[in-house]
Design a binder for this molecule. Structure first.
Ligand code: CP
Length: 327
């Protein structure tokens, strides 16, 4: 078991070995059990972390804030519009100062072409770990919670067919970071990953190349298709979720004719019937109900979305404990 995390940043799970991710999962399970039993876990007593948000959040903010409180530490929530960042203060100066004040800096910044670069710039200068609360490319906390949930439900994930399926939504032009993190991570656990989307909603070529390399190394497969039904057929897990067409179209427009033409990409009971009879429905949330998915699916017997969301807390606590405490 690899347990030495000190000095590491948490920007992408690609930066961690499988052995290190396995340690994160084991610590998450341990923390989950202790939380259920009311056993105190004061592993980060007197530690301070900063939570910088350029965008809205429910799960991520609260899993980090509740998580560090349960570990005996404290989080400062920072709406970046109220920081000197809004007057142009640099990532370098922000990272140096906050890392002198505390023990970690976590940040959500999803602007296309900007967010990941900002996090890496902070990581270059910070003397404390930088944690990615979602950027334009990666959402590692979400992917880790997804993996934990799948392992809890199924145990060994080898040859499990998991389909990451683009779905129609109108709420906002969402980042690609959730499907990117999932398609990179799941083949490392031997899963047969199907990525389905309409033409125009491609993930970057380098993502697919890395995902296929991960599959070749760990015994999984990665298939990319424009056929939605192919993704549902025989699937053990389906993850129908919207993402924006950032790779092919960088405009910020949310709803246009091109999007509306794909309104039929909704997760319905009829499509779920094509999958394995024990299929599980997952979604990082928030879901765009009745656009991405029918209520009868997300509220139905195949849905595990609340277990998935709950695991955001336990995985967040594990990552904070391993990167900020211990060795
Ligand atoms: N899944 C997720 O990251 O949720 P929030 O946007 O509410 O943090």
């Amino acid at each position: 078991m690899q347990t030495i995390f000190r000095g590491k940043h948490f920007i992408s799970l690609q930066d961690f070995t499988k052995e290190e991710i396995d340690t994160m999962l084991e610590v998450s399970i341990d923390l989950k059990k202790k939380f259920a039993m009311g056993v105190p876990t004061p592993y980060l007593q007197n530690k301070t972390m900063f939570l910088m948000f350029f965008e809205q959040s429910t799960r991520t903010r609260n899993s980090m804030e509740a998580g560090i409180a349960q570990l005996g530490g404290h989080a400062n929530f920072l709406d970046t519009s109220t920081m000197q960042i809004s007057h142009g203060e640099s990532a370098k100066d922000t990272a140096i100062i906050l890392s002198r004040f505390g023990h970690a800096i976590a940040c959500r910044y999803c602007n296309w072409g900007i967010g990941n670069k900002y996090l890496n710039e902070m990581a270059k200068w910070s003397t404390a770990p930088i944690m990615n609360l979602q950027c334009d490319l990666y959402h590692p906390f979400q992917a880790l919670a997804d993996l934990m949930t799948m392992k809890e439900k199924l145990g060994d994930l080898k040859r499990i067919k998991v389909s990451i399926i683009w779905a129609y939504a109108e709420s906002h032009k969402k980042p690609i970071s959730v499907p990117v993190s999932q398609v990179l991570l799941f083949p490392r656990y031997g899963m047969d990953v199907v990525l389905a989307h309409p033409k125009g909603w491609e993930l970057p070529d380098w993502v697919i190349e890395k995902a296929k390399a991960n599959a070749a190394k760990f015994g999984g497969t990665v298939t990319v298709t424009n056929n939605e039904e192919e993704a549902y057929e025989g699937a053990h897990i389906v993850i129908p979720k919207n993402w924006g067409s950032w790779v092919t179209d960088q405009s910020e427009t949310v709803v246009d004719d091109k999007l509306v033409a794909h309104k039929s990409w909704k997760c319905t009971e009829a499509k779920m019937a094509l999958a394995d009879k024990e299929v599980m429905y997952m979604h990082a949330l928030p879901a765009d109900r009745n656009n991405e998915v029918e209520d009868s699916v997300i509220d139905g017997p195949h849905s595990i979305v609340y277990d998935e969301a709950e695991n955001r807390l336990h995985t967040a606590k594990a990552v904070m404990t391993l990167l900020m405490g211990g060795r």
